[in-house]
Design a protein. Structure first.
Length: 602
């Protein structure tokens, strides 16, 4: 039978080609071609189906998913990118973006929205969420009646406002009319399992809405091989150098530590951080065991996988014992039935509870309220996994291949009648020797990166250990022969004993890699002088650099230094730019939007 243009969907040329081809085909070839066309049609339908699905009610459900992340150190971004990969594997079309890069006017068009966001400091949004957070909570926020959403909130339960930013986004999206795809998941520092549970729930919910008969791909974190090193599979880096940078008589103890990454395959860029899994002080553990009166050799499970360890070893290497979270106290109250503890946790005693937790550890708690549980296993079952400590990387990988350098300040203080020590910083200061190893991983941070244009001027403000990432910045610029001007503000207590990396800075000034440097040593004069005072002294020149397009970087203490430097920048812009205070704030906010104002604060 001959095909005709009139009785087929083909044009004249196609009809002729088919009429010439079909009679020459064998029966086997015809069957094969029929199957091929059927299969290709199925694939075509699956791949090119309208990005929406009509539901029985007539409502159209989009297969497009938007994932927005707000991240200070990179964790939320990593989880957002992992979610995108899993969703794409389930046939969804995914757009992933930092909140700072998302055009807020497009929010009204979004039907499926996932948010992964951390909480910074005492309940603050991360820097790259500020504009989106302000928009969503302002008068211009649109009605979102067609929106389906879910929030993954990251936080640290040792802080009072645990996962506060995620809670705010979750509440506000509901107020604007959105419907939850899956309940908000609040994650502590050990976030892998709850994050995977959230993602699996989201994929399942989206798949059901699509009427999908295909099972969702399990959303668990992709296992890594033993040769792939990461946060969940740290590399044991050998210590090559451990040097106290402070001079004799200093009130401080700051260690420069050099670690070997040889054989790890780990890479990093200036602005990234190194995660270290530390161990608790064995002396503190022994004091705790004496108070508990349990056998240090008793075997306990240390994780959900059922790994076993001796009790003493587990308290040294697996569990956090220096921080009291509200969650820990609540669970201990349930297990122990201690009425005094229940009273402390009761409504109306929030300030008393906050005051009690401040500066106390697990040993204090056991002495005050006794142990909980009938066994050592029950006791450790509610303890939080010891979290990694993040330190800004202090070297360029180009300048020091297969090495990573850190600048670690030893933390010691007295509280409630006992000397307290920083878990990781004192491990580094007192117990870490060349030849020892540390379990480490690289924490990539795209929110603290040098300008892509090497000619862009940069202004760096890093007192104390805050100088660490700027050492890596300058080393990198030296290696790449970047031409942009550089200006470093550094401060500490005393010039003679506390000028960290002084010799290197002087060399960089001499070679011109560092264009300008201003220092502030607060204890060398009757009146304390800090980096923000030096910035004010050079306000005109600093504003000129800003007008030339300079990027500003701040690293160090958030509560005091970073807050003061932020306000000083606004003051300089207001004064030298002859602006109102509000306009100066807008100027700095625009710099932040354009990634010309970045902070690595803690």
């Amino acid at each position: 039978m001959q095909l005709q243009v009139s009785n087929s969907p083909f044009n004249h040329e196609q009809t002729e080609l088919l009429n010439n081809l079909l009679p020459s085909l064998t029966e086997t070839q015809k069957v094969w071609l029929s199957g091929y066309l059927t299969a290709s049609l199925s694939v075509f339908n699956a791949e090119t189906a309208d990005v929406s699905v009509a539901q029985p009610s007539g409502k159209t459900i989009s297969k497009e998913v938007t994932i927005l992340y707000g991240s200070q150190t990179g964790n939320a971004q990593g989880l957002a990118e992992n979610a995108a990969r899993k969703l794409e594997g389930n046939g969804f079309q995914v757009t992933t973006s930092s909140m700072s890069d998302f055009k807020v006017n497009n929010l009204k068009k979004v039907q499926n929205l996932l948010i992964a966001v951390s909480t910074h400091g005492e309940g603050d949004p991360p820097d790259n969420t500020l504009s989106f957070h302000e928009f969503l909570h302002g008068r211009r926020a649109p009605s979102l009646g067609d929106l389906r959403f879910s929030v993954l909130a990251l936080g640290d339960s040792s802080y009072e406002f645990f996962c506060e930013t995620g809670k705010q986004f979750d509440k506000r999206l509901e107020e604007l009319g959105g419907t939850r795809l899956f309940p908000r998941m609040d994650c502590d520092l050990d976030y892998d399992e709850p994050a995977a549970e959230w993602l699996e729930g989201v994929i399942s919910s989206l798949s059901k809405e699509q009427g999908s008969t295909v099972s969702a791909v399990p959303a668990t974190i992709t296992p890594v091989s033993e040769h792939t090193y990461s946060r969940t599979n740290p590399f044991k880096a050998e210590v090559m150098e451990n040097i106290n940078l402070n001079g004799r008589g200093s009130n401080k103890e700051t260690h420069h530590i050099e670690l070997s990454l040889e054989g790890s395959g780990l890479t990093f860029e200036p602005g990234d951080s190194l995660g270290i899994y530390p161990q608790n002080d064995s002396i503190l553990v022994d004091m705790l065991l004496k108070e508990l009166d349990w056998d240090p050799e008793e075997i306990v499970k240390v994780n959900k996988q059922g790994d076993l360890r001796k009790l003493r070893e587990s308290l040294i290497s697996n569990f956090e014992i220096t921080v009291l979270t509200k969650s820990l106290l609540e669970q201990a109250a349930q297990l122990s039935g201690n009425e005094d503890l229940k009273a402390l946790l009761s409504a109306g005693n929030e300030e008393k509870l906050k005051e009690y937790r401040e500066g106390r550890d697990l040993l204090d708690f056991v002495r005050d309220f006794g142990k909980w549980g009938e066994s050592a296993q029950e006791f450790v079952s509610i303890l939080r996994k010891i979290p990694a400590r993040l330190y800004s990387i202090a070297n360029s990988l180009s300048a020091y291949p297969d090495e990573v350098h850190l600048t670690v300040g030893a933390v010691r203080y007295d509280s409630h009648g006992r000397e307290r020590k920083g878990v990781c910083s004192i491990l580094c200061a007192e117990r870490l020797q060349p030849g020892d190893t540390l379990p480490v991983y690289i924490q990539h941070n795209q929110n603290f990166k040098q300008p892509k244009n090497p000619d862009t001027p940069i202004i760096m403000v890093g007192p104390g250990t805050g100088i660490a990432p700027f050492r890596s910045f300058i080393q990198e610029r030296e290696e790449t022969e970047a031409n942009g001007k550089t200006w470093l503000f550094f401060g500490d207590q005393h010039f003679v004993t506390d000028f960290l990396y002084q010799t290197e800075c002087q060399k960089w000034l001499k070679t011109g890699v560092l264009t300008k440097m201003d220092v502030a040593f607060s204890r060398d004069a009757d009146e304390k002088v800090y980096v923000q005072h030096r910035m004010l002294e050079h306000s005109r020149k600093l504003y000129e650099w800003l007008q030339e397009g300079a990027a500003v970087y701040i690293c160090g203490d958030e509560k005091n230094m970073a807050h003061d430097v932020h306000n000083t920048l606004i003051e300089i812009i207001e004064k030298e730019g002859q602006m109102s205070h509000a306009d100066a704030q807008d100027y700095l906010e625009e710099m932040q939007q354009n990634k010309r104002y970045q902070r690595d604060v803690y």
